[in-house]
Ligand binder design. Sequence first.
Ligand code: HEC
Length: 115
Amino acid sequence: MDVRLRRGREQRRKPIRDVAALYWNSSKFGHRLAQRALLDKYCLTCHNQRLRTAGLTLDTADVNNVAARPELWEKVLHKVRTGEMPPVRMPRPDQATFDAFGSWLETSLDRAAAE
Ligand code: HEC
């Protein structure tokens, strides 16, 4: 098996504490993990299969394949850009990390729309 893939799986199993560090120190491959880690850490508390807050399950949606569900990711992008999510008083990433996530998501959606 590809060593990079295997390492990715191991990393995904344990929660990633420092999302910002992962963001800024990651390879292209690590960057894909970083998107997932950000959602896992700051969004899944509410938007998971069990709670389904606002009818949104981000645990089952693949952030690295936005083309599969562009309408969902457009909503997420909107909440990220307006800063409405995570809700006030909930932990959120530092602004630079959050902005980077927003830009990345926007680019992914643009690319998906152009395909
Ligand atoms: C503490 C619980 C909580 C957390 C954490 C949270 N949300 Fe939410 N989310 C809500 C609630 C409650 C609503 C419904 C009210 C609203 O739309 O403001 C909502 C609504 C949304 C919607 C609108 C859904 C729709 O169909 O209109 C999106 C998109 C969203 N959240 C994305 C996110 C993202 C992305 C994160 C992480 C960065 C996040 N949320 C973190 C509670 C949460």
